[in-house]
Design a protein around this ligand. Sequence first.
Ligand code: ZN
Length: 155
Amino acid sequence: MHELSLAQALLDQVVRHMPPPGGISGVSAPGSAGGSGSRPAPQSHGVNEPRASANGASLSNDQVILRKVVVRAGPAQAIEPQAMQMAWQASIAGTPYAQAQLELRVEPWRLICTSCGKEWTSEDPLELCTCGQPATPKGDAELTLLSMEVDVPGE
Ligand SMILES: [Zn+2]
């Protein structure tokens, strides 16, 4: 099953983006005093950065909870959304991320008519142009992690 290996690769990627358990104090809090030159990690697009607790007390539960993962898939990846959801559930079962939801955004094909040059998007790469001529489908096969929603305990 194609989706299962994708889901497992996705989970690997998610795990690498998660703050390590108990290692949250290593992440610098935004707007912390001093160090005007220091910035948070650059890969924070859409990701809720966990913040270190202000008083420096150890967290009661050192496990960051992953709520949701948003993923974009190119049309040439040919993902079956339902199969991908099942594969994701199978991959996260028994892991600390077992409650995480997967939001899959499958991009449509971009079709360009070989005859009249019209461009449109469709889920069907073999769709004919309104002029009756076949079109050239364009689309990538990438699976991209767009964002993650995490809950940091003790906030
Ligand atoms: Zn056409």
